[in-house]
Design a protein around this ligand. Structure first.
Ligand code: SAM
Length: 306
């Protein structure tokens, strides 16, 4: 008699004392690159997933949530975004999301790891959907901080889509006050920055609070928000920062009107006026964790997650 199906499992430790499991149907690619350990797997629930240093970066089934939440509010807070930059961005879905806006004339992606990007390009067409071949896209493989230090380019939108600052990881010095000052200085006057900023679940808010606190040293407007990313098994924090534009002043009607004018809203699966209000209106325990956090992350005192 056949027993219950025997699955192979991928177990992700989300914190040192918690985790999330995915049943795996096949391993598509595994590679130790110069910078990180990369796996692309197919899961039973979420389709293909990209995993870096043991952490799920995105899944085929719900990456639209992560990438729309990461990108759309930044573009919609800008009056007429033309030039965009993605810091990190591996899978190419962040660039894809930016290119939906008809006003975008150029999108530069700077990801340190050419091997990860090449594997994503080959194995995850469902995510990038040809974004790397769009004539508006320019791709560089170098440390994004080194690039920003030397460039004279200015951007209307900068999206920071990095891996977490893990010990020995390539992104440790891209979550500091000095780095955010560099990002601010490379934005145009109306420029907007958005980023992924770690989980927002109970008892795990220190990192999100510290990044908010650090950004407030650098930007006059810092607007935290969140979305639930089910393949991560936890709500996830994002932050929009700018020199003036504040998404919390935008109404649901304004967001829906802007979306209709700038892209085809039918192409989106998550972001609209209602999602905008839902995301930027945070519950009390999160705002309290942000308000009471006084940790400023600096090059001399970086914050490493485990
Ligand atoms: N969606 C993701 C998540 O959940 O955190 C992050 C997206 S993406 C896969 C992260 C990318 O950041 C990786 O491809 C990695 O190579 C890139 N990265 C890490 N450190 C970097 C650095 N110093 N400069 C540029 N890119 C970097």
């Amino acid at each position: 008699m056949a027993g219950p199906p025997q699955y192979k499992w991928f177990f992700e430790t989300t914190t040192p004392v918690e985790g999330h499991m995915h049943a795996i149907s096949r391993t598509i690619a595994t590679r130790q690159t110069r910078f990180q350990f990369m796996e692309i797997m197919e899961t039973h629930s979420y389709g293909k997933v990209l995993i870096l240093d043991g952490r799920i970066q995105s899944s085929q089934a719900d990456e639209f949530i992560y990438h729309e939440v990461l990108v759309q509010p930044g573009l919609l807070a800008h009056p007429h975004p033309r030039r965009a930059m993605v810091i990190g961005g591996g899978e190419g879905a962040t660039v894809r999301e930016i290119l939906r806006h008809r006003s975008i004339t150029g999108c530069l992606m700077v990801d340190i790891d050419g091997e990860v990007v090449a594997e994503c390009r080959k194995h995850l067409p469902e995510m990038h959907r040809g974004a790397f071949d769009d004539p508006r896209t320019r791709l560089l493989h170098e440390d994004a901080r080194a690039y920003l230090e030397k460039t004279s380019d200015r951007f209307d939108l900068i999206v920071i889509d990095l891996v977490e600052p893990l010990e020995e990881g390539p992104a440790c010095l891209l979550f500091t006050k000095e780095f955010y000052s560099l990002v601010r200085d490379r934005l145009t006057a109306d420029g907007v920055m958005t980023m992924q900023a770690g989980m927002t679940k109970v008892n795990e808010l220190f990192f999100f609070g510290a990044v908010n606190r650090t950004l407030r040293e650098v930007f006059p407007v810092v607007a935290p928000y969140q979305g639930f990313i089910s393949c991560f098994g936890t709500p996830w924090g994002f932050i929009l920062a700018s020199k003036g534009a504040d998404p919390r002043r935008q109404t649901a009607e304004e967001i829906d009107r802007l979306l209709a004018a700038r892209l085809d809203p039918a192409d989106l699966g998550y972001w609209n006026g209602a999602a905008h209000l839902h995301s930027f209106n945070l519950p009390k325990f999160i705002t309290r964790a942000i308000e009471t956090n006084d940790r400023i992350i600096t090059d001399a005192d970086p914050l490493i997650v485990s």
